[in-house]
Structure formats: structure tokens, C-alpha cells
Ligand binder design. Sequence first.
Ligand code: LMR
Length: 305
Amino acid sequence: MTITIIGSGKVGASAALNCGLRELDRDILLLDIVQGLPQGEAMDINHQLSERGFDTIVRGSNNYEDVRDSDYVVLVAGVGRKPGMTRMDLLKINAGIVKDVVSKVALYAKNATVVVVTNPLDPMTYFTLKTLGAKKNKVMGMGGMLDLSRFKSFIRDATNISRSSIQAMVISEHGENMLPLTRFSSIGGIPLHEFISKDKAMEIFEKTRKVAAEVIALKGATVYAPGNAVANMLESAIRDKKLVIPVSTLLEGEYGFYDVCIGVPVIIGAGGVERIIELKLDSFEQEIFSKGAASVKEAIRALPL
Ligand code: LMR
């Protein structure tokens, strides 16, 4: 089995390291068109894994033929947003990159399960699914898993209770219409609203939606949390753990929408996205989710499909 990560910038390298630290695979391939970059990252990661006694070997390559027969492909290739930009501002430029990369995946690893990371996440997940002609369960976008790691961090700060007791859920667009679900979040199985006021919950809701832009303004890119989120999704699939994770997936009537990829809770197992879980949203939540779906649909119409 091979996990291939296409795009060896900081997020790709972080994903490789996080997969290595969990020994998800004996063989992880880091691929990039930039000569030397994936090879250098692979060396550095192997040195850390070696000292820790983990036997995963990370290889660096500039040759797409090395993607051949990969079981899992993580698509990180593309440009990141600069301070002041929205993720949607990357639509045109990253669509061109993703189209090219997916054509190579189709050539060498058509049956792979694909985790899309490139922004704007939801349109790029749809674009990958359609361009690859894959079954819908085999392509999933990494957005909600990352958003909920931020949401959990803010819940901890507001309550001073262990992060390990916090359960949270974030759905909808990985973008301007992100929907942190305070109603479906809990601490030790007790609803979040028992611990914090409505105002505090709203404050955390807003912070979760905006914090990635803040990190980008401070350090140029988000790196560690995205790498960990990718590894969580892959681990659930590779080890058939059947974790409930929000991912961007194709809706076919669920939540009242068709033919759009957007973040919803799913069960991830050996079959990829094995089941979509439908939540009963209230009117406030439904309004944001509907705006998210409309925004992704509009972006999809602009894609070269
Ligand atoms: C993130 O949420 O960290 C990524 O989608 C990168 C970004 O542009 O926010």
C-alpha cells in the first residue's frame, strides 16, 4: 500500500510527518514539481521517524509515474491564500493546477481514495470527483476536520476543561459560510450550552470561522493542524476505524441539496465515505448551510468541467 501526497509544501510535509508518526503506511510518497523539495522534506521527516523508531519510509519524487498504484492520494497541490484573500479567490488559479494533477492521478492511480486539501476546498473536491470520474465515496475534502480542531481549541479556552473531553462538529462550506455547530457539540457528553452562555458560544462560533485568516496574517500559512486533519481522515480509512468526521462529500439529496460537495458529518472506513449522517438543522443553521451550498454551486458553475 502507498500513500501519495501531491504537493510537498509545508502542509504536504506536515501531512507526511503526521502519517509517519502514526505508522499509517510503510511507504509514503511526497511528490512535487519543485526539484529537490520533496526529497529534502522526505529526508528530514525520515530522520525524525528514525529516531522515534517508526518504520515508515518517506520518499521524495518529481516523477508522476511514481504515483502508480497508490491506494491513497492526498491532493495538496495549488497556491494558498495571502492575507486579505478568501479561499474562494483561489478558484481560478487552483482549478488549473488541480485539473492537471487529477489527469495524472487518473493515469496512474485511478482507483485511489483521494483526500482533497486544495482550496477552495468544496469546489475542488467536486472538481476532483468529476474530473477523475471516481465513485463518490472515494473522494473526500478535508475542511471540517480542520475547522473542528480550531472550534475545540476555543471551547477549551472558554471552559478550561481537557481537550480530550470535548466533542465538536463543524459543517457547511470550508469558507465564508462555515458552520460551527454549538448545538451538536458537547463536553463529556453534556451539551456545550450547559458550560457556556449563548453570547460566549456566538463568540467562539465567529472566532472559529475567522481564525485561519488570522494565522495566515501572522505566519503566512496554516500548517500543523491541516497535516494532522489529513492523517485523522486517512487513519480512519486505512484502519477501518469508522470515525465520525465532517468532510466535504457529494450530496445527492441529503440536507435537501443535490450535485454539490460540502462539509457534512460522515463515517469514514475502509470504503472511504461509508455513510452521510443527516442532522436536523434549526433555521439559523439551515440558512448558513444553504448559503454555503449556494456559494459552492456558483463556484462549480465557473469550473472548466
Ligand atoms: C485552513 O483553513 O487552514 C486552510 O483552508 C487554509 C486557508 O486558506 O485558510
